[in-house]
Design a protein around this ligand. Structure first.
Ligand SMILES: Nc1nc2c(ncn2[C@@H]2O[C@H](COP(=O)(O)OP(=O)(O)OP(=O)(O)O)[C@@H](O)[C@H]2O)c(=O)[nH]1
Ligand SMILES: [Mg+2]
Length: 297
């Protein structure tokens, strides 16, 4: 099973990015620090390598990620050629201001009004690209929001007389074949709601939380997790929160419970968590996305 979400504006954005790539110096690739590799778009990497542009990988929303695992990711990316990596929370001005300085180190020859440093912000949807640009410009120029595909077209702005920055629409790639990658992207709300089943995504997340952060579930919802399966976690949340269907004889409203878990996860209420580590993608609890079966291919 695979996710496919490539609306028309993304196709246009891909072409626009390929063109802009010719006239910029550094790619600022914004990743979600909780899932750096799953949020690393192979399409962006391909465009970047064709033009041989250096990349600053920003592990954003690091306030929501496990700091020890984030450090492991930084070490992993900083070993790659022509790449530098930093963990930030771009909604904080002090953090965002590090981006131009780090880009300058990747293109030291671009440092004057004649040869300004030109940066292109790219990444999958909802990782905080426009937030970063607004914070850098100290103005709310681009619309932001906790949903995918808020930005639809590129926006270029001067930071000062020797630096310019371009925000771009969130980009996915044709078909996301690895089901775990699709589910991880859906967990951070990077995929359009029309192709995602919240219950399937919440069950996937529950499996990871049971394996890695079980105490967080107990602390938040007040039930004992020992012996529970990921499916039963959703039932337990529904019972604790009184999520009942008005039809069907008042059975559990699993969809509502799933949305409660996802919302709590996305806004950090469950604490700082990382859902993948370098080299351990295959170790993500294998709950067989085929059996949860509801992401449309
Ligand atoms: N916790 C946390 N939230 C952040 C951070 N940066 C951005 N956000 C939130 O993430 C959500 C998405 O931010 P945007 O800036 O719209 O993301 P984007 O990458 O431009 O999204 P698209 O334009 O849809 O591709 C918003 O709700 C932001 O407030 C951060 O560092 N930490
Ligand atoms: Mg945006």
């Amino acid at each position: 099973m695979s996710i496919q979400w490539f609306p028309g504006h993304m196709n246009a954005a891909r072409k626009e990015a390929a063109k802009t790539m010719e006239v910029i110096d550094v790619i600022v690739e914004v990743l979600d620090a909780r899932i750096p590799e799953a949020s690393c778009n192979p399409l962006i990497e391909e465009l970047r390598l064709v033009r041989q542009r250096p990349s600053l990988k920003v592990l954003n929303k690091s306030d929501l990620a496990d700091p020890v695992i984030t450090q492991a990711w930084l070490d992993f990316y900083n070993r790659q050629p022509n790449v530098s990596a930093v963990a930030l929370s771009c909604s904080r001005a002090g953090d965002a201001s590090k981006v131009p300085q780090l880009c300058q180190l990747l293109a030291p020859h671009r440092n004057s009004s004649v040869k300004p440093l030109r940066m292109l912000i790219m990444g999958v949807p909802n990782v905080g690209k426009s937030t970063m640009m607004n914070t850098l410009l100290k103005r709310r120029i681009a619309r932001v929001g906790d949903e995918p595909a808020v930005t639809k077209v590129q926006q270029r702005h001067k930071l000062n007389d020797h630096m310019a920055i371009t925000d771009s629409p969130g980009l996915l790639w044709g078909t996301i074949k690895n089901p775990n990658v699709g589910l991880l992207l859906a967990t951070i709300n990077a995929v359009g709601h029309t192709v995602v089943d919240d219950e399937a995504v919440a069950e996937f997340l529950a499996a990871i939380l049971l394996a890695r952060y079980p105490a967080r579930l107990t602390a938040r919802y007040g039930f004992v997790v020992e012996g529970l399966t990921n499916t039963e976690v959703i039932d337990a949340i529904a019972k604790k929160r009184g999520c009942l269907l008005t039809r069907s004889g008042g059975g559990l409203d699993r969809d509502k419970a799933a949305r409660i878990l996802l919302l709590d996860y996305r806004n950090g209420t469950l604490g700082r968590t990382s859902l993948e580590e370098p080299g351990t993608r295959e170790a993500i609890p294998n709950i067989s996305p085929l059996s949860t079966g509801t992401i449309i291919s």
